[in-house]
Design a protein around this ligand. Sequence first.
Ligand code: NAG
Ligand code: NAG
Ligand code: ZN
Length: 399
Amino acid sequence: MSPAYRNPIGVVSLWLGFILMLLSCVKAYEKISDETLNRLSRPNNDFDIHNGALLSPILRTRVPGTPGSTAVLNHFADFFRTTLPNWTVEVQNSTAKTPVSKGKEIPFRNFIATRDPPWAPVGDVSRLTLVAHYDSKLEPEGFIGGIDSAAPCAMIMHAMRSVDAALEKKWSALEKQGLHEYLDEVQGLQVIFLDGEEAFQEWTDTDSLYGARALATHWDDQVYPAMSEFKTPLSSISLFVLLDLLGAKSPSIQSYYETTHWAYKNLGALEGRFKSLKQFKSASADRWFIDAAKDERNLKSFGGIQDDHLPFLAKGVEVLHLIDYAPFKGFPSVWHTLDDDGEHLDMDTVEDWSMLITAFVAEWMELEGYFDQPPAVGVRSDEDSDESEAIRLNKKTEL
Ligand SMILES: *[C@@H]1O[C@H](CO)[C@@H](O)[C@H](O)[C@H]1NC(C)=O
Ligand SMILES: *[C@@H]1O[C@H](CO)[C@@H](O)[C@H](O)[C@H]1NC(C)=O
Ligand SMILES: [Zn+2]
């Protein structure tokens, strides 16, 4: 018999612990309002393919271990240092031989940026993780990879930049009121730009996914301090959202996994709302999220798309794979050709994706009410807004 059963207080706390555990299994997710959707910041000229601050530096060859790869890695580092200084940045290094490296070890460098609530120990945070690969294919020579995956990297950068201030505002409000101690889950944000996704010669289990395989193994082996809520950086990923081959017109996104179909459906709902609010520039009538109306038990998506999620999926990570692919349609027509460059991106679609990802992150992190208000008629006083903030926070932390 365990001591808890001899002691009524122990039994009660056992039950309380159990109830808290059940509650913390319910994923928090809060819809944002139409006003907030309308107000989210836009990439504007930063997605210009010739001189835009976010996208243009990625539109170059960036084969692993080459100066182009280093330049793009530096671009990511500069972006976080200057625009998102409160994020923690690291580069995870590995090396491997490739079928064309003639016995030489090629370096693979994964870029990782993390933003945790300031009060939370590193092992107690689960993280919404946005992922794209930044390497480009060795062949055909001069291959740029606009949809594969320069544009997805830029979409993620824009989304993180667009939610950062709201996240800071929410966290400091929680801390100021001492409410952060009562949260049933502590969520952070994470970005991974993976290296070495592409095969050097022909796609095999060993000639592909170099960076993803190295990182999944590294994070599985790296153990957080004892008594942490999560055992490893891998188990602290609440959702691994992989963006790949995005930026062509009228994408078709399938839902691949029963357990993350609810998150997929939330993206589909946001797509519908953006379109009805006339906030999508690409404005095509075709639905992007073609499985959104399906029940999670009736997904018949063609599986088997080999991509960076696989080493993570194999270790039990929850995955949402956002890739433009459908049976009969296949991948976008520019896929793995020299035409997959900046000029062939459908820029309205690229911008719409960046807004959709921003909105999804805002809902996942429950940021409604924390985006800056536009100058309004009949401005409320500071006391008013402080008070309503306290009511909001109290409501949200009720069990
Ligand atoms: C960074 O964090 C500090 C301390 O929490 C805060 O005062 C500052 O406003 C934050 N900066 C940004 C850009 O969020
Ligand atoms: C990875 O290598 C770079 C140098 O290329 C170094 O600055 C960085 O600290 C390394 N990362 C880790 C985690 O050791
Ligand atoms: Zn590719």
